[in-house]
Design a protein around this ligand. Structure first.
Ligand code: AAO
Length: 568
């Protein structure tokens, strides 16, 4: 029994595509786009974290666990929350008023809230919920009845009604209409189901929620999801869980027209390279197999599924995991998400709880809190400061040491080796002494834009334009050159450093002829800096005559100086 027959369903499919593409936002708004994924944190703890840490550190969003009522296993497992028992907001993480207070606290701290939306399915068996509801696998009183599930609509294609491993490469129909690990699969082509799901998401939007991680999006067709998104109020940011699998029938690219996607290849490649050669990361991005467009991707080093598998790094990898997250925040690809869950040894076990209800998160005592690590918060600031700039000044002195700048806004060196690495690197940044935002100490950039640094083993050194600890020492240098000229021709100075216009004659520093034939100018230059220069003549039509011979060279000291020269 279907509530809608095929012809009507097709109409809704068309409307879905039209409505959906216009509504879902392409990228999270604003300058701060890093999302902290505080998975399995209760609402009170997320609220506190937004106020005390996420907002001050510059995170732009927080992803929270599924907020709807769910099956209860009394706290024994983490995954009961992925079996919705209904759409009331009583869960093991708190109740509706605590949820609403959390959203308000996060917004006050400048942090958007993205909720994990479990809308593909309900539960795998009848039972009871955290909110005290009783339900059957296909019966949720007041919400869904058997007619709302694929099982009863005979759409699946497998006699046992389950998705089998082989289905992923075989058939989108099986992946989207059969039951994922036996979870009752909502008939999302049906008008009533679409309305019920949209009603739930709109309720969250009404409480201030800014967007959704759409769980198991791969198991609902893009047409159905597009239709549902088209019913949402405002313009929530939508990113979808569509795990890339080579040769599979359902691919992430099928979903990028209706929202963004979680980029699963990203973390797999990072694991491979942080256990191999990070110098390979020079070209890391869309050209790598299976990767989605940067502007459509939410990246992560780990999530709650991958940290329990073997394909990605997790906190159990220690320093390499932290360093990969540092890299993620420095690289110009996608919207970065920083994952943080609870400490575990049994992969099924739930977070610390009392009678099933999750206790407040305590960093270092059952909870990991990578997002609070000073290197990570420093890199969140770096990420925000370099937004929109390209990778430049790449260097890789060996397979496990890389350095690059983001335009002229930030520079980083990353050492994934087991010993420290000392070297001199081009940074693209102006001279100055900068705070190392990915570690401790300072970095001095000379007038040539170079920094000589020691990068600790499994550590990083990163600096941001404007992040100077002390203003760079500067000295006035007077340039006098004895040069005879004809009427209408003037003498200028140009050289290798920014103050001397980086050899650009069009911008050369003009000299005064007040003491002709000695031409003179005083220029403020960075102290203790070596550079090359020449005098040039420009006639009335702008023709440039360079001095002959080799470039002149000079190194500033710590006090004022005068250079007397004769045109050559
Ligand atoms: C629980 C019990 C089950 C029981 C069920 C019903 O554990 O024994 O049958 O209840 O009573 C979570 C848990 C489940 C739990 C469920 C409900 O993980 O164990 O079941 O809650 O409580 C597929 C989906 C993807 C899904 C993933 C787990 O496509 O959407 O499976 N992730 C989300 C959540 C997840 C949650 C659910 C969905 C359900 O993040 O936490 O489940 O709400 C390939 C495919 C993927 C497929 C995987 C695993 O991936 O491409 O689409 O994910 O296989 O089947 C390489 C390959 C890649 C492959 C991957 C596998 O990287 O390249 O193709 O390896 O790791």
């Amino acid at each position: 029994m279907k509530r809608l027959k095929a012809g009507i369903a097709a109409l809704f499919t068309m409307a879905a595509v039209l409505a959906g593409t216009g509504t879902a936002q392409a990228a999270p708004p604003g300058d701060r786009d890093v999302i902290a994924n505080l998975w399995s944190w209760n609402w009170n703890s997320v609220a506190r974290e937004c106020t005390d840490h996420l907002g001050p550190a510059g995170y732009g969003g927080v992803q929270v666990s599924p907020p709807q009522d769910s099956l209860t296993r009394g706290g024994a497992v983490w995954w009961d929350v992925y079996q919705p028992a209904g759409y009331t907001l009583t869960s093991k993480f708190g109740n509706e008023s605590q949820f609403a207070a959390m959203v308000r606290a996060c917004h006050a701290a400048g942090v958007r809230v993205y909720a994990d939306a479990v809308i593909n399915h309900m539960t795998g068996q009848g039972s009871t919920s955290y909110g005290g509801a009783s339900f059957g696998k296909y019966t949720y009183p007041g919400l869904y009845s058997p007619a709302d599930f694929h099982y009863y609509s005979e759409d699946c294609g497998n006699t046992d009604n389950l998705i089998h491993d082989g289905d992923y490469t075989g058939s989108a129909r099986n992946v989207q209409n059969c039951e994922l690990v036996g979870l009752s699969d909502l008939e999302t082509e049906e008008e009533y189901v679409r309305g019920a799901i949209a009603g739930y998401l709109n309720k969250l939007i009404g409480l201030g929620v800014d967007g959704f991680r759409v769980d198991a999006a791969k198991h609902t067709s893009p047409a159905d999801l597009g239709n549902i998104y088209g019913r949402l109020s405002g313009s929530p940011y939508i990113y979808q869980e569509v795990i890339y699998g080579s040769g599979e029938a359902v691919q992430p690219g099928q979903y990028t027209g209706i929202g963004d996607v979680l980029e699963f290849q990203y973390g797999r490649y990072l694991r491979e390279k942080f256990y191999g050669n990070i110098s390979d990361l020079r070209t890391f991005g869309e050209s790598w197999g299976g990767m989605q467009p940067s502007g459509r991707s939410v990246t992560f080093v780990a999530n709650h599924d991958t940290e329990r598998g073997t394909g990605a790094l997790s906190y159990k990898d220690g320093a390499a995991y932290r360093l990969a997250t540092v890299f993620q925040l420095a690289w110009n690809y996608g919207t970065p998400q920083v994952y943080d869950g609870f400490t575990w040894s049994d992969r099924e076990a739930g977070p610390p709880h009392t009678n099933g209800f999750v206790r407040d998160a305590v960093c270092g005592s059952g909870w990991e809190c990578l997002h609070r690590d000073p290197a990570i918060t420093g890199m969140v600031g770096f990420h925000n400061a370099v937004r929109g700039t390209a990778v430049a000044n790449w260097s890789a002195p060996n397979g496990n040491v890389i350095a690059f700048s983001r335009g002229t806004r930030g520079w980083i060196a990353i050492n994934n080796g087991t010993g420290s690495h000392a070297g001199t690197f081009p940074t693209g940044l102006p001279a100055g002494t900068y705070a190392n935002v990915a570690g401790s100490g300072t970095v001095t950039v000379n007038g040539g834009g170079q920094a000589t640094v020691t990068v600790p083993a499994k550590g990083a050194v990163a600096i941001v334009a404007g992040g100077t600890t002390t203003p760079p020492a500067q000295v006035p240098v007077t340039f006098n050159v004895n040069a005879t000229t004809t009427w209408g021709t003037n003498v200028f100075l140009v050289g290798s450093i920014g103050e001397l216009k980086s050899w650009n004659p069009a911008e050369a520093v003009p000299l005064s002829s007040a003491a002709y034939p000695v031409w003179s100018a005083t220029v403020t230059l960075p102290a203790s800096t070596s550079f090359e220069y020449k005098f040039i003549k420009k006639d009335g039509s702008g023709n440039v005559t360079w001095e002959s011979g080799a470039n002149r060279a000079y190194t500033t000291g710590s006090s004022a100086a005068t250079i007397n020269a004769t045109w050559k």
